[in-house]
Structure formats: structure tokens, C-alpha cells
Ligand binder design. Sequence first.
Ligand SMILES: Nc1nc2c(ncn2[C@@H]2O[C@H](COP(=O)(O)OP(=O)(O)OP(=O)(O)O)[C@@H](O)[C@H]2O)c(=O)[nH]1
Ligand SMILES: [Mg+2]
Length: 240
Amino acid sequence: MSPSALLIIPTYDERDNLPRLIEAIFGVIDDVHILVVDDNSPDGTGAIAEDIAARDPRVHVMHRAGKLGLGTAYIAGFKWALARDYPLVMEMDADFSHQPKYVPALIAKAAEADLVLGCRYMPGGGTEDWTWPRKLISRGGNLYARLVMGLPFRDLTGGFKCFRRKVLETIDLDAVTSKGYAFQIELTYRTHLAGFRIAEVPIIFPDRRVGQPTMSGRIVREAMINVFKLRLDRKLKPRG
Ligand SMILES: Nc1nc2c(ncn2[C@@H]2O[C@H](COP(=O)(O)OP(=O)(O)OP(=O)(O)O)[C@@H](O)[C@H]2O)c(=O)[nH]1
Ligand SMILES: [Mg+2]
């Protein structure tokens, strides 16, 4: 049987999370494939991923030369997926903030939508263990993106998503400009403008337990500016 979905997991220094994560994913769903996109993690995550892939044919690894950023890791993963026949392609973080137990729910919802967003800000969803500044940044970022972009979705900054391959074949992956926090917003914006159906499913999002946090003021500023630029981009106009 061919797998229903490819899960793309970008990694940078996730040696303590990755083996447990892959095991947990296959514990809830076994007919998916996983592509780890590792940016030459100094902690050796890439070699650990290779070990797992050598034992399990469902696991694949892409190695990149250095830390090139989350956005380009996903774009590279999408292209890898499109060169094969996965009907669904998912984005997932390695740090357990995206809980494996929700993978089947996102896949199931893709029966009726072209893009499914894991959503923290709807009934049944939420965040755990967040400090108030982090809550404020996330809530504010979502509100800002929603207003500036005119998008009717509740979680635009999350990165736990399931795309039908048609979406990735249609939107211009090489035109995606955002790298950090705004990358997720831009993908959803482009998907929406191309006329695809987008649905949300509730997720509880716990904070990372192991490893280094990456959020910084610079990332947030870049995101705010990028969202505004995208909205003004005349090449990006609603269809019809
Ligand atoms: N390949 C690759 N993966 C990355 C890069 N930066 C982050 N990641 C991975 O992308 C996922 C999301 O990054 P996180 O560090 O969890 O980002 P975050 O959730 O905004 O912040 P914290 O969880 O608070 O650290 C994780 O699996 C990281 O290992 C990168 O430059 N390249
Ligand atoms: Mg995280």
C-alpha cells in the first residue's frame, strides 16, 4: 500500500527529540512516510536520522550544508515530495509542540479541504506552559496577520499543517519570500488566494521541553514587515 502522507520534519539540534518523535508518530499511524530535513545540526541530529532511516524504509533524510532556515527547509521538502507520489504533505516541528496524536485528525480533515491548519485558537485548541509575553506575541501576530491579509482563519502562524499535493503543485514555491515567522502566514495566504479550501482542526500546543528556543525580537519584526509587504504585492491578487 502506498502511504497516505509525507510528514516533513525540519531539524536543527533536535537529537533528544527526533528518535522519540518518530517512534511516537508511527505509534499512532503507520502508513505515513517521514522526511527529516536536517541543516547539518552541530549536535549530530543528521547522523541519528540516518540511523533510523537505515532501519525503517518509511524514513528519509535530506541533509543541507548549514542552517539555511525553516522556510527553505520546507520548500526543499515540498519539492522532494512532489517528485514522488504522496497525495498529502504535512509540516511538523520536531520538538513535540506538534503532538503526534493529532496527525490522524489533520489527515482525516484533508478529505474535505485542500489545506488543513492545526489551530490553537478555536474551541478544543490551546497552548500549554506559555509565558504571557509569548502568548501576547502569538495572539498579536495572528490578529495582525488576519487584519492585514484579510484572512478568515484563526491560526495563521502555526506550522502544523496538511496540504493536498495539488496546492503545492499550484502555488509558486520559488516565489515564497518569507523565511522566519511569516513563512507560515505566507503559505496560507498564497493557498487562499489560489482559491483552495482551508479548514482548521483544534490542537493543544505545549512548549518545547528539550532544546533551545529560537524566537527573537528580530524574527517578530521581520514577520510584521513581511506580512505588510505581501499584502501590497500586486502580483498576489484574489482570483476571479
Ligand atoms: N532544517 C532546519 N530546521 C530548523 C531550522 N530552524 C529551526 N528548525 C526546526 O524547525 C522546527 C521549529 O523550530 P523551533 O525551534 O521549535 O521554533 P519555535 O517553535 O518557533 O520556537 P521554540 O520551540 O520556542 O524553540 C524544529 O523542528 C526545529 O528543529 C533551520 O534553520 N533549518
Ligand atoms: Mg517549537
